[in-house]
Write a protein of this length. Structure first.
Length: 647
């Protein structure tokens, strides 16, 4: 009776493989004969490829790590990881091109592989013919020739030497065929999928340094690689943004699942190791549809050459997916990047803390980067963003933080006028601090022209277009940001915000709920409560407010929802508490409540206070649905003019 692998439990791994016949689908693997057949037809495998398949078959439906597989097949012999990927590719080809067979060996991103078939195990029949296999040599270890089986049937003395010659000739022909095929397979051009845009995901760098304190290095290199590839040819290549790919960090996610989640055709896997001031970066490009490893390479270099190596990886990726680069793009990839290595390290640490909501530590490291390398424009942009966040959080005085933020980004622009991130940041400052809407819009447009594949710039530009009432443009920009950052809750929230401002309330509800599914931290509950009030669903608004954060927005939304329910005492109490607790931080929100209550005089009084305080909420004065009751008041047009907004 045939047994399944689960019936055998752990015994199969501790017992000799010989004597077992493994069946899965149409295939049968005989561990004694060392043969593989499909529907009784032999399938040719090299010795090491057979060993790899045997180990996978003995361990079905579980993650087999690359290290485990290398140890099981090669023992203590050092073998490059790229060699293993070639054997996996060979096995996938041998197991067939049909969709159900091409998924027998599934890649688990950055970790290893999973053999997905149900395997039945039984005793192999005693063979009538015994396969003869030459002892393994250094050459066969490298698998430069396929496994060749010679029949051991007795031959007549007169013809035995001719048969041996024929077998040798046949073996040589087969070797030449396999070598030729593998060469074609490795060097053939990979045609992009029709005329559609190619989509690529750069998975988070695996930190193989052995030092958990080096996570900032792995995360920083991930972001830098994404940025580099996104600038290659944005018309033809879309690169998924950092936020969406970082969700796969330290997770055992199947590669085909990643492909579906992100709608990508290619994935770039990376790892980083360190040894003193030496760094090894390993990169592998994988085609998602058949999980073929198209290219892999190890780069050993000094820390100060990291940006050059990223250029080399970018060129290799472009070549493998047949991405045509202009002469200017090619020249940019060959430019010498001279960045102080200690400054680059400090810059990566600044980014690490910035992404984790710690602007004080981020500012410390960004400032160190600018001190070590005053010509490092990207570090100045990072410092500007950290200074502004410090001002916003109250850890430094508002005006001082905004002044330092402006000085830092202006320094960056003086060093590199074509740095897209610097244009986005100065545009943000012009919008929020200066009320220079036209200047802000121009800066955002310049950033997009320089880096069309940067979702942060797209989101910022979408906001700007919506504030001017250019809603079609805002929708297009917000949707492009989602395409490049599909798992980013902020991108989905921004689309919902645009739809809310333009009055597409049903669509806004759908996208805001999707944002909350991606992350419960986005401030979508408050916006949903406003929408429900406008839709005549104040009771639903109350339930949404309860799910939101405990801050001044909650008091604002209670005042609005209670008024819509006719519960005026509770509405007045919420508004009174809002005014008493937050007179300097929620002036615009107080004005919104008074406008909704149709108390115009009070609304304009608080709008003026918001103007004096440079309240960030004023940017939405022109399109804010809660201010619609003020539109027919002559003071509204005058206030828009004061804000430099078109009426």
């Amino acid at each position: 009776m045939a047994l399944t692998m689960s019936d055998l439990g752990e015994d199969i791994e501790s017992s000799p493989a010989a004597g077992y016949l493994y069946r899965f689908g149409q295939f049968a693997l005989d561990s004694r004969k060392r043969t593989l057949s499909r529907a009784d037809s032999p399938v040719s495998l090299t010795p090491k490829a057979f060993d790899v398949l045997l180990f996978l078959v003995q361990n079905p439906n579980r993650l087999v790590t690359k290290e485990e597989l290398l140890q099981a097949v090669w023992g203590d012999t050092f073998v490059e990881e790229g060699n293993l990927t070639q054997y996996i590719s060979h096995l996938r080809k041998a197991l067939g091109d049909h969709s159900e067979d091409a998924r027998l060996i599934v890649t688990i991103a950055r970790k290893g592989y999973q053999f997905t078939a149900d395997v039945a195990v039984g005793e192999a029949d005693t063979p009538k013919q015994i396969a003869v296999q030459a002892p393994e040599t250094e050459t066969s270890r490298a698998d430069t020739r396929p496994a060749i089986e010679f029949p051991t049937k007795e031959a007549k003395p007169k013809t035995s030497k001719y048969r041996r010659k024929a077998a040798v000739v046949g073996a040589l022909v087969l070797i030449l065929f396999v070598v030729g095929y593998m060469s074609w397979r490795h060097f053939r051009p990979i045609a992009p999928p029709g005329s559609e845009k190619i989509m690529l995901a750069v998975l988070p760098f695996a930190n193989l340094t052995g030092d958990p304190n080096k996570e900032y290095l792995a995360d920083g290199l991930t972001e830098e690689m994404i940025s580099q590839l996104a600038r290659l040819n944005p018309e033809r290549l879309g690169v998924i943004a950092r936020t969406s790919v970082m969700g796969y960090k330290n997770k055992d996610t199947r590669l085909d699942q990643i492909g579906r989640d992100l709608s990508v055709q290619y994935v770039l896997e990376n790892s980083v190791r360190t040894n003193g001031n030496q760094i090894r970066l390993t990169a592998q490009l994988i085609q998602v549809k058949d999980q073929t490893h198209l290219w892999s390479h190890d780069y050993d270099y000094l820390a100060q050459n990291v940006l050059v190596v990223q250029d080399d990886v970018a060129k290799a990726v472009a070549r493998e997916i047949q991405l045509r680069l202009t002469s200017q793009q090619q020249a940019e990839l060959t430019q010498t990047h001279s960045v102080n290595p200690e400054a680059f390290d400090a810059y990566l640490q600044g980014g690490y803390f910035s992404k984790r909501g710690n602007p004080d530590m981020a500012a410390k490291y960004y400032e160190r980067a600018t001190q070590l390398d005053p010509g490092y424009a990207r570090a100045w942009v990072g410092l500007s963003m950290a200074r502004f966040e410090q001002a916003d959080s109250g850890s430094v005085p508002t005006k001082e933080g905004q002044r330092l933020a402006r000085e830092a980004v202006e320094r960056a622009l003086a060093l590199d006028p074509n740095l897209a991130a610097a244009h986005t940041q100065i545009g943000f400052i012009k919008r929020v601090v200066d009320f220079d809407w036209v200047g802000a819009d121009e800066s955002m447009q310049r950033a997009i022209a320089l880096e069309p594949g940067n979702p942060e710039s797209l989101r910022a530009a979408a906001t700007g277009a919506a504030l001017f009432g250019r809603f079609d443009e805002a929708l297009a920009l917000a949707r492009r940001a989602i395409e490049l950052d599909p798992l980013n809750a902020g991108s989905r929230y921004r689309l919902g915000w645009v739809e809310y401002q333009m009055g597409s309330l049903d669509e806004a509800v759908v996208d805001l709920k999707r944002a909350l599914e991606l992350s419960p931290d986005v401030p979508a509950h408050g916006l949903l409560s406003e929408i429900y009030v406008l839709q005549g669903r104040p009771q639903d608004a109350l339930a949404e407010i309860e799910r939101g954060r405990l801050n001044f927005y909650r008091l604002q939304h209670y005042a609005i929802a209670y008024h819509a329910l006719g519960r005026e005492k509770e509405s007045d109490a919420a508004l009174r508490e809002l005014i008493e607790k937050y007179p300097t931080t929620a002036a615009f929100q107080i004005a919104e409540v008074y406008a909704f209550l149709k108390q115009s005089d009070k609304a304009f009084e608080w709008l003026e206070r918001a103007y004096e305080q440079r309240d960030g909420g004023l940017i939405q004065t022109k399109v804010d649905p809660l201010l619609k009751n003020l539109h027919n008041d002559p003071r509204y047009a005058a206030f828009l003019k004061k804000l430099n907004l078109p009426t």
